[in-house]
Design a protein around this ligand. Structure first.
Ligand code: ASP
Ligand code: MG
Length: 423
C-alpha cells in the first residue's frame, strides 16, 4: 500500500477547530487507500510560550530540561490529533519522537538525527492504524535523554521518517500555499513557485525563507525524497521540491527563483586587525570553538599607513554576545583595536540556478537595491545566489525592488496567507 507522510505546522493545529479540520484531511487520505504517518508541530505559538516561561524561572536553563519542556508542546498536539481522528471512527496512535525511533546526537536544542528505527510505527501501520508522531524531537543515542532538532525541526522529522519508511510522498503543510518568489507578507504580488530544485530551496532556506527547515531540505536531497509544500487551509497544489525541474512546453526555467530575506543576523566588525599571517585563523578558530556559525565575511585591504585592516562578518544575533565574548578573549593575542556590533541589519538574497549562465544579474540586482534608496553594507555570492546586508529598516523596500526588477510579480494577487505564522 502506498504510504504518505504528512507534516502539519503549528498554525495548522492552533486550536481545537483546526485540529478537527486536520483530522478530516488525514482521514480523507486514509479513505483514499493510503497508509498515513502524520508529524505534528506544537499548537500555534506554544513553543515560543514555553521558551518565555523558562526564561522567567531561570536566566540560563540547562539544555536537558529545556528540551524536556519544549517537547511537551508536540506531545499535546499529537495526542489531540489522534483523539480527533478516533472520533471520526478511525484508529490512530500517537508516538513521541523517541517511540518513533528518532535517534539523535546529544546536543540539546540542536541535535542531529543519526538514525531512524521506526519499528513501532511500521507495526502500527501494519495493524491498520494512522500514526501521529511528535515532530522536532528525538532521543540521544549516548545519554538517552530527550533532544530537540532546532526551531522548525518538525519538517526534518517528517522527511527523516519518510526516508526510513520509504514513503511515496512527503507533504509539508503550513498556512501558505507553498513556496513563493518572496514572502507574501512583504510582497503581496509574490508568485507561487510550482517546482523548485533542492539546490535552490537550500539557498532560500539558508537565506531566511522559513517555510522549510534547512536540514529538512538537506535530508530530502540526500535521500531524494520529493517534498510537496502546501497549505492545510486550501486544496490548492503547492510547491514541489525535487532534484530536477523539467522544462515544460519549451518554456525555459526562470533565471531567478526568488528573493529571500533574514532579519536574524548581526554584524560584528573587528577593527584594526594587524595584517599578518594567521590572524584571521585565530579569530575564527575561537568562534568555531564556541560553536558559532559565521555567515558573510568581508576583509578590507589594509591601509598602507597602519598595516591594519578591518574584518566584518555576520552571526545569528542570538549568538552575538557569545561571539563578542569569545573574540575579547583573543584581543590581546591578535592585537586588534576594538569590536563593533550592529544587530539592526538584514540580509536580502537573490536566488536562482539560472544566474550561473546569465550575465548581468548582479548589476540588475544592485541597481534595484540602489533604486529603493538602500545602501549596501556587505556582499556575498555563491554560484546561484547574491546576498547583501542592508539596514534592517530597508529590508522590505529592497526585497520589493529586487522582486520587481526580475519581473517576479504576479499579475493578480495569488498569495493567500491563511494563518499568520508562516509555519
Ligand atoms: N514547535 C517547534 C518550533 O516552533 C518545531 C516546529 O514547529 O517545527 O520550532
Ligand atoms: Mg512551531
Amino acid at each position: 500500500m502506498a504510504l504518505i507522510v504528512q507534516k502539519y505546522g503549528g498554525s495548522s493545529v492552533a486550536d481545537a477547530e483546526a485540529i478537527k479540520r486536520v483530522a478530516q484531511r488525514i482521514v480523507a487520505q486514509k479513505k483514499a487507500g493510503y497508509d498515513v504517518v502524520v508529524v505534528v508541530s506544537a499548537m500555534g505559538d506554544t513553543t515560543d510560550e514555553l521558551f518565555d516561561l523558562a526564561e522567567q524561572v531561570s536566566p540560563l536553563p540547562p539544555g536537558r530540561e529545556m528540551d524536556m519542556l519544549v517537547t511537551a508542546g508536540e506531545r499535546i498536539s499529537m495526542a489531540l490529533v489522534a483523539m480527533a481522528i478516533g472520533n471520526l471512527g478511525y484508529e490512530a496512535r500517537s508516538f513521541t519522537g523517541s517511540q518513533a525511533g528518532v535517534i539523535t546526537t546529544s546536543l540539546h536544542g540542536n541535535a542531529k538525527i543519526i538514525d531512524v528505527t521506526p519499528g513501532r510505527i511500521q507495526e502500527a501501520l501494519d495493524e491498520g492504524s494512522i500514526c501521529i508522531v511528535a515532530g522536532f524531537q528525538g532521543v540521544s543515542q549516548d545519554s538517552k535523554d530527550i533532544t530537540t532538532l532546532g526551531r522548525g525541526g518538525s519538517d526534518t522529522t517528517a522527511v527523516a521518517l519518510a526516508a526510513a519508511l520509504d514513503a511515496d510522498a512527503c507533504e509539508i503543510y503550513s498556512d501558505v500555499d507553498g513556496v513563493f518568489t518572496a514572502d507574501p507578507r512583504i510582497v503581496p504580488s509574490a508568485r507561487r513557485i510550482p517546482h523548485i530544485t533542492y539546490e535552490e530551496m537550500l539557498e532560500l532556506a539558508a537565506c531566511g525563507t522559513k517555510i522549510l527547515h534547512l536540514r529538512c531540505v538537506e535530508y530530502a536531497r540526500r535521500y531524494n525524497i520529493p517534498l510537496h509544500v502546501r497549505s492545510s487551509f486550501s486544496q490548492k497544489p503547492g510547491t514541489w521540491v525535487v532534484a530536477q525541474v523539467e522544462e515544460t512546453e519549451g518554456m525555459e526555467q526562470p533565471i531567478i527563483s526568488g528573493v529571500a530575506h533574514d532579519r536574524s543576523e548581526a554584524k560584528i566588525t573587528v577593527v584594526g586587525v594587524p595584517d599578518q599571517v594567521g590572524e584571521a585563523a585565530t579569530l575564527f578558530k575561537v568562534l568555531a570553538d564556541a560553536e558559532i556559525n559565521i555567515d558573510m565575511i568581508v576583509q578590507n585591504v589594509s591601509a598602507a599607513s597602519t598595516a591594519r585592516t578591518d574584518i566584518s562578518f555576520t552571526v545569528p544575533s542570538d549568538f552575538g554576545q557569545q561571539a563578542l565574548a569569545a573574540l575579547k578573549r583573543v584581543q590581546e593575542k591578535v592585537g586588534f583595536e576594538s569590536l563593533r556590533y550592529d544587530d539592526q541589519i538584514g540580509k536580502v538574497s537573490l536566488v536562482g540556478a539560472g544566474m550561473r549562465s546569465y550575465p548581468g544579474v548582479t548589476a540588475r540586482f544592485f541597481d534595484a537595491i540602489a533604486g529603493s534608496g538602500t545602501n549596501i553594507e556587505m556582499i556575498s555570492t555563491s554560484e546561484i545566489r547574491i546576498s547583501v546586508i542592508v539596514e534592517q529598516d530597508q529590508v522590505d523596500a529592497a526585497v520589493a525592488a529586487a522582486h520587481s526588477a526580475f519581473q517576479l510579480d504576479a499579475d493578480q494577487v495569488e498569495a493567500v496567507v491563511y494563518g499568520g505564522t508562516g509555519r
